[in-house]
Design a protein around this ligand. Structure first.
Ligand code: CA
Length: 710
């Protein structure tokens, strides 16, 4: 059937044009998406059929009812409260023929009436709470894919589930990962010619990266592509991996290797190439992972594969010998642009390492690369070799010395999608400017549960001295950049005090929509950067907005909710700059929308418990090391929560060593996401950690007392 058959508005227009009465709109079949429709998604302007809207992942909508002239009249059309789980929300909703399909933390799916926000059905895959410990950067999910009446969901615990789009009932389910390994899925799948493409994460925990294709009808594995070589005593899966193994040293496979394909993919239907971005080394510290160095292919690379078979076509490695968590999993955009007077078919990426890359997507040839943020680990990219010109001091694993790097492991750009407008020719890119002290971990040992990356987080943790802390806070910032990929120049920017902000949407209405971690959702004029409209959402925004139209009315929707890597791990930096209640919600706006924005919710009350006596300084120091190693990446640097999960300094459990043990050692709260740590920490370790948190609780009590006295 042609795509017109599914479009109610097209039917009405057709009937009206023929002079007849418009037919009564019939309910179209749910998620009626096929190859023809996905390939022509750009012309299907009312819908948003796949994660990045189109296979080229431009996140550009041709809708222009809402434009630079009238955007000030934008009002809330409806809102939908996702559920009570206050974790990060990173989903891009799909809208297909009037129905919105959106996901939330813990891999839950919601089908909503896209006109009203009324719930049609919801699906909870019941991810075991204790699996949350394997997620480096919150228990997030970024969305579903649709194909011929089904939706496809990757779950945090590594399952791929096909749902009946009409009912939300599972049709089939497969485990895409080894459950004995700490793999997670947070990305949205894509469907290409009846194959569901799905990768996974876990390179902070010691896994080997790969991406797979499954038959959309049956869930049968069609192909799998490993990004890094495995144990060389066993046969290599491909000749390419045998070659890649020559760029590795030591016993990398025992550490996992990394190179996970945890987020972005793009597809060129004409070339039939699937593009993937690969992640960091596991562990980060190359001196542990591959002593003696080497490029460690195919870490931190942009790669082209044959979509049909998963065979290697070409690769470009952005960060050879990766050692800083500089993933190249960031958003990939395909576009046809004119560079130096010549039309080029390009692929573009702004990976964590701070350089904006433009490659020829047919050949993989590097066309240009330029830093888009402050970068000190390299002075540029050598265009002859395509390699970064490294600052030798940046290899902390070799020097054994602290290296304060810009960018840090959060990246100059993280997962938050950018957008490309073919009208302005600009890429709109959310940039993060925040440094990080890399200190090699001299006591590294492989383990298989929580964050373990060969970095001494205790040595690099935030200062307790308030003046020094204030200086770090003042130095960090973020901005939205409008970047010309043809000239590699910034055209305009919108500055933010907080580095951790949302993904981006561009529209033909000469608009760019962007939300911030502070909760402002704003529209900018795409060509000039003039701020035209803004609304306060009373919580943090990380997800990118999307847009659709129904019955001639354009909507702009965005999921809100705070968290992610920065919200969890950045402690004081995240807490004080965010400082808002965390509310998971979908907001949809239209011109003259009449819904009322729900008011700000109060910050969770944090009465300081009467903390027991502080242990001896040696015990506090030992507890700090253990806290930084096992707890800090979720509960926050130096035991300060960034506003996502429990601030341990205020936990009632702090007062009772037995209760503390029952939670940390035995997993009393595992269903709520707190895994038992018996395999990583002894009871003595756990008691030392309690002592350190008690010490931090006393420090906080003193600060609060001083503030009251002022
Ligand atoms: Ca990583």
């Amino acid at each position: 059937m042609s795509l017109k058959c599914w479009s109610i508005s097209a039917l009405i227009v057709l009937a009206a044009a023929c002079g007849g009465e418009p037919p009564k709109p019939a309910t179209p079949p749910a998620a009626a998406v096929d190859e023809a429709r996905l390939t022509a998604a750009d012309t299907d302007s009312g819908n948003w059929l796949s994660y990045g809207r189109t296979y080229d992942e431009q996140r550009f909508s041709p809708l222009k009812q809402i434009d630079a002239a009238n955007v000030a009249q934008l009002g809330l059309a409806w809102h939908y409260d996702l559920d009570a789980v206050h974790r990060a929300q990173e989903s891009t909703p799909l809208v297909i023929d009037g129905v919105m399909y959106v996901t939330s933390a813990w891999s839950k799916v919601f089908a909503l009436d896209a006109r009203t926000g009324k719930e049609i059905w919801r699906f909870d895959p019941k991810v075991p709470g204790e699996w949350g410990v394997h997620a480096c950067c919150d228990v997030v999910n970024r969305g579903v894919a649709a194909w011929k009446g089904k939706l496809y969901l990757g779950t945090l615990d590594g399952r791929l589930i096909a749902l009946d789009a009409a009912t939300g009932k599972p049709a089939w389910e497969v485990q895409t990962t080894d459950k004995n390994q700490p793999y997670t899925i947070t990305a949205a799948p894509r469907v290409i010619k009846g194959k569901v493409i799905i990768g996974n994460g876990g390179a902070e925990m010691g896994v080997r990266g790969y991406i797979s294709a499954y038959d959309a009808d049956t869930g049968k594995l069609v192909w799998r592509f490993y990004t890094v070589p495995g144990d060389p005593s066993k046969p290599f899966e491909t000749a390419q991996l045998e070659k890649a193994a020559k760029t590795w040293h030591g016993e990398w496979w025992k550490h996992g290797g990394g190179g996970t394909v945890w987020d972005s993919v793009a597809y060129d239907p004409k070339l039939d190439y699937l593009y993937i971005g690969t992640g960091n080394g596991s562990p980060w510290n190359q001196s542990i992972r591959s002593p003696g160095g080497g490029d460690n292919l195919y870490l931190s690379s942009i790669m082209a594969l044959k979509a049909e078979t998963g065979e290697y076509v070409w690769h470009y490695q952005t960060t050879p010998g990766e050692t800083w968590d500089f993933t190249a999993t960031q958003h990939l955009i395909l576009a046809d642009i004119t560079i130096d007077g010549k039309p080029r078919q390009v692929i573009m990426q702004a990976p964590k390492n701070g350089f904006f890359y433009v490659l020829d997507r047919v050949s993989g040839e590097l066309i240009s690369a330029k830093n888009f943020a402050t970068v000190n680990w390299a002075t540029g990219i050598d265009m002859k070799t395509g390699r970064p010109i490294e600052n030798p001091s940046s290899r902390y694993g070799s020097t054994g010395k602290l290296w304060y790097s810009l960018p840090g492991p959060g990246g100059a750009h993280n997962w938050q999608p950018m957008a490309y407008s073919p009208i302005t020719g600009l890429v709109y890119l959310p940039v993060t400017d925040i440094g990080f002290p890399y200190v090699p971990d001299t006591k590294y040992a492989p383990k298989n549960q929580a964050f373990n990356v060969g970095i001494d987080f205790a040595a690099g943790s935030l200062p307790e001295d308030q003046t020094a802390l204030a200086q770090i806070k003042a130095s960090m910032k973020g901005h939205l950049a409008a970047w010309n990929p043809a000239t590699q120049k910034e055209v305009w920017r919108a500055e933010y005090p907080l580095p951790w902000n949302g993904g981006v949407l561009a529209t033909a209405g000469n608009l760019v929509f962007h939300g911030t971690g502070m909760g402002a959702f704003s529209a900018y004029q795409a060509d000039t950067g003039a701020k035209l409209w803004s609304v306060e959402t009373h919580t943090g925004i990380l997800a990118p907005a999307m847009t659709y139209s129904i019955d001639g009315e354009q909507y702009v929707a965005v999921e809100v909710g705070w968290g992610g890597a920065f919200g969890l791990a950045a402690g004081e930096l995240a807490r004080d700059t965010h400082a808002k209640a965390n509310v998971p919600r979908v907001l949809a706006f239209k011109l003259n929308g009449k819904d009322t924005m729900p008011p700000a919710e109060p910050m969770p009350a944090r009465p300081l418990q009467t903390a027991p006596d502080v242990p001896k300084p040696e015990a506090v120091a030992q507890g700090k090391i253990r806290y930084a190693r096992s707890c800090g990446t979720c509960h926050g640097d130096s035991a300060v929560s960034g506003g996502v999960i429990t601030d341990l300094r205020y936990s009632p459990a702090l007062a009772d060593a037995k209760v503390w043990q029952s939670i940390v050692h035995d997993g009393a709260f595992k269903d709520r996401g707190m895994a038992p740590f018996a395999s990583d920490l002894s009871s003595e370790d756990i008691e030392l950690i309690r002592g350190y948190v008690i010490y931090r609780a006393h420090q906080q009590a003193a600060l609060e007392q001083r503030a009251q006295q002022k």
